[in-house]
Design a protein around this ligand. Structure first.
Ligand code: JFZ
Length: 435
C-alpha cells in the first residue's frame, strides 16, 4: 500500500502535475465559470519590453540576448500614447467581455507595481506608471472582466528554474534557486490579487518549458490554493496543453479550436470545464514590426463562431506597439468584429455547442429552444442536419427573419436554402422541441 501511495505521489509530481488537492470550487467560482463561458469573446494582450524590439515576445531567448543588456530596454520604455480608456473602449465596442493582459511574460519584466523586484514598469522605466492599475480601473469602470497572464518561466531572474528555453541569456547557473523563485511568484500573485480589485482569472503559461525534466514540480497546487484563498471566484487557467489538473477552472487551447490540432499544441483531451482557445490576429503574440499579415474579419468571425460551436471562448490576441497604441490594423478588425457581434451576438453569447457536431460547412450553437446553424461554406442548395431527438418547429434566416422551408424525419431536417450568399456567416435560426 505504502509503495502504491509513493508511486502515486511521484506520478502526480511528474512535469509539475501536482494540483490543488481536494479542490471544491466555491459557489462564486462556479458562477464565474458560467459567466466566463457565456462571454465567449476576450482580447489577449501581449505587451512588455519586447514591444520595443518589434520581433515578438520570444526575441530575448531566440536571439540569446544577454539579460544584463536586455534589461537596459527598461530605461527607454516610455509608451507615451498608452491610454487605458481608449484600449478598453475599443475592446468593449468589439464585443469582448474580458481581456487577458501579460502582467509578466517570459522576459521577466513586471508590467505592474511590485515590491518583489525593481525590474518593473513603475520603478525601472521613465514612464513610471502602473499600466495594470490603469487597465484594471478602466475595465471595472466599463464592465469588462480582467484576466492576468502570468508566466511561470522567467528568462531574466537568476533564481528562476532553467527549462528548455532562456538558456542563452547569460545567467550564472549556480544562482538558480527554485525555492526563492516560488516565494517570489507567490508574493507577486498575492499583489496581483489584492491590488487590482476583482480578477477574473489567472492565466498561467510555461509548464511545458520543463517537459524534458519530468521530475520537476511547478508546485501548482500551492499557487492554485493561494489564488482561490485570496479570490475564490478567480478562475485558474493554465496553458499547459494537457488535460486539466485539479484546481483549474477552465481549459486552455492554443492556436487551434478544441478537437483540432493543426499547430501541434492542442492534442489534449477536451474536458468538461469551460473551454478557451487563443489565437493571434497576425502571426505573433507580441508586437512584430514586420508582420502586417492580419487575418481577415471574415476569418476572425468564423474562428469566433467556430469556437462557440465547439462550446469554447475565443481569446483573440493583439500585440500593442512600443508607443502604447494598438496597431491600426488591429483596431480596424476590432471595429468590424464588433459590428458583426452587434448584429449577430445573440447567436454567440450565452450559447453552448449546438446539436450538430462541427462540419466542414460550419457549426451550430444553441440556447434553450433556439438552435443557430452557422453556414460558412454551403456545399449545396440544401443542407441536411442530423437532429435525432429534436423536432424543428420553425426555420428562419437570422438576418431578416425570412422563412426557410424544410422537410424532416426521425433522422433530422433538410433545409432548403437556395443560394447562400457569400459572407462570413449565414445564420439560420431553428426553433426546436424535444421529440
Ligand atoms: C505560449 C507562450 O510561449 C507565447 O509567448 C504566448 O504567450 C502564447 C499564448 O503561449 O506559447 C507557447 C506554448 C508552448 C510552446 C511554445 C509557445 N512550446 O511548447 O514550445
Amino acid at each position: 500500500m505504502k509503495r502504491i501511495t509513493t508511486l502515486l505521489a511521484a506520478l502526480c509530481c511528474l512535469g509539475g502535475l501536482s494540483a490543488q488537492t481536494g479542490y471544491r470550487p466555491a459557489p462564486e467560482n462556479l458562477a464565474a465559470r458560467q459567466q466566463f463561458a457565456d462571454g465567449r469573446f476576450g482580447i489577449f494582450l501581449h505587451w512588455g519590453l519586447y514591444a520595443m524590439l518589434g520581433q515578438g515576445e520570444w526575441h530575448m531567448t531566440n536571439a540569446n540576448l544577454h539579460y544584463r543588456e536586455y534589461e537596459k530596454l527598461a530605461a527607454g520604455f516610455y509608451p507615451a500614447r498608452f491610454d487605458a480608456r481608449e484600449w478598453v473602449t475599443a475592446f468593449r465596442e468589439a464585443g469582448a467581455r474580458y481581456i487577458c493582459f501579460t502582467t509578466r511574460h517570459h522576459e521577466g519584466f513586471s508590467m505592474f507595481r511590485t515590491a518583489q523586484s525593481p525590474y518593473n514598469i513603475v520603478e525601472a522605466t521613465p514612464f513610471a506608471r502602473d499600466v495594470v492599475k490603469e487597465l484594471a480601473d478602466e475595465c471595472h469602470r466599463q464592465g469588462i472582466r480582467l484576466h492576468f497572464y502570468y508566466s511561470l518561466i522567467d528568462w531574466w531572474r537568476e533564481d528562476a528554474p532553467r527549462g528548455r528555453t532562456g538558456l542563452g541569456t547569460g545567467r550564472p547557473a549556480e544562482k538558480e534557486d527554485a525555492d526563492a523563485y516560488f516565494d517570489f511568484m507567490k508574493a507577486q500573485l498575492t499583489e496581483l490579487l489584492t491590488q487590482y480589485g476583482e480578477v477574473g482569472a489567472i492565466w498561467f503559461d510555461g509548464v511545458w518549458d520543463q517537459d524534458r525534466n519530468p521530475s520537476f514540480d511547478w508546485r501548482l497546487g500551492e499557487l492554485y490554493a493561494l489564488i482561490h484563498k485570496l479570490q475564490p471566484a478567480c478562475l485558474v487557467i493554465n496553458n499547459h496543453h494537457l488535460a486539466p489538473f485539479e484546481g483549474e477552472d477552465a481549459q486552455a487551447f492554443e492556436r487551434d479550436l478544441p478537437g483540432e490540432n493543426t499547430a501541434g499544441l492542442s492534442g489534449q483531451e477536451i474536458s468538461r470545464l469551460p473551454l478557451e482557445t487563443c489565437e493571434t490576429m497576425n502571426g505573433m503574440w507580441g508586437y512584430r514590426i514586420a508582420d502586417q499579415n492580419y487575418k481577415s474579419t471574415e476569418r476572425l468571425v468564423r474562428y469566433l463562431v467556430g469556437a462557440a460551436g465547439r462550446g469554447a471562448n475565443l481569446l483573440l490576441n493583439i500585440g500593442p506597439q512600443p508607443d502604447g497604441a494598438l496597431p491600426a490594423a488591429a483596431l480596424e478588425r476590432l471595429a468590424a468584429v464588433g459590428e458583426w457581434l452587434r448584429a449577430n451576438g445573440e447567436t454567440v453569447y450565452g450559447t453552448e455547442a449546438g446539436p450538430v457536431e462541427p462540419r466542414p460547412w460550419g457549426v451550430t450553437t444553441r440556447r434553450s429552444d433556439r438552435v443557430w446553424v452557422h453556414i460558412f461554406n454551403c456545399p449545396d442548395k440544401e443542407l441536411f442536419l442530423p437532429l435525432e431527438g429534436l423536432r424543428v418547429k420553425q426555420a428562419v434566416r437570422f438576418a431578416d427573419r425570412s422563412k426557410v422551408s424544410f422537410a424532416q424525419d426521425d433522422a433530422g431536417v433538410l433545409l432548403r436554402l437556395g443560394e447562400v450568399p457569400a459572407g462570413a456567416d449565414t445564420i439560420v435560426e431553428l426553433t426546436v422541441a424535444e421529440r
